[in-house]
Design a protein around this ligand. Structure first.
Ligand SMILES: [Zn+2]
Length: 162
């Protein structure tokens, strides 16, 4: 590609970030002053190459603002949606079912922790009882109730949980 002396002569309509080097013919970054492969001087100076890059970028800021002049192509937007449960199943990794019970257990632990503060005896006992009850409800709900549901699901649905 013929290179102009001034950056305003850069072909901003060309979306390409890469160019074939006139000397070695290999693909190199279009807005870097030297060919990446053979060192051929593509631009008179790096300042000029950078100015050309800025002009090129300004011509279409939406996709072009995301790239650096050392890139060879514009980034491709792709949405990575992964079904982790299916993936884990495929890999034979067991994922414990989602549960909100750990939050209940933490709340119980909070009250138990408050009971450790040297307050009046009755207040501490009350806090310990409240905390203990919430904690136990959480543990029972998680380990017992939900686990049972899980086993029923596995028994009914075959390998659903493995
Ligand atoms: Zn080259």
């Amino acid at each position: 590609m013929a290179k102009a002396k001034k950056p305003r002569y850069v072909d901003v309509s060309n979306p390409s970030l890469a160019v074939d080097c006139p000397r070695c013919g290999m693909t190199t970054a279009r807005f870097v002053d030297h060919c990446r492969n053979c060192g051929y001087k593509l631009w008179p100076s790096s300042v000029m190459a950078s100015a050309a890059f800025k002009a090129w970028r300004a011509a279409d800021p939406e996709p072009r603002s995301k790239v650096s002049r050392f890139d060879l192509e514009l980034p491709v937007e792709e949405e990575a949606v992964v079904d982790y449960e299916a993936r884990a199943h495929e890999l034979g990794i067991h994922i414990f079912p989602n549960s909100n019970w750990p939050f209940t257990i933490c709340l119980g632990a909070l009250f138990l922790g408050l009971a450790a503060i040297p307050l009046a005896g009755a207040v501490r006992i009350a806090l310990a009882v409240i905390g203990g009850v919430i904690f136990l409800v959480g543990v029972v709900g998680w380990v017992w109730v939900e686990d049972q549901k899980m086993y029923e699901a596995s028994a009914a649905g075959g390998e659903a949980e493995h």
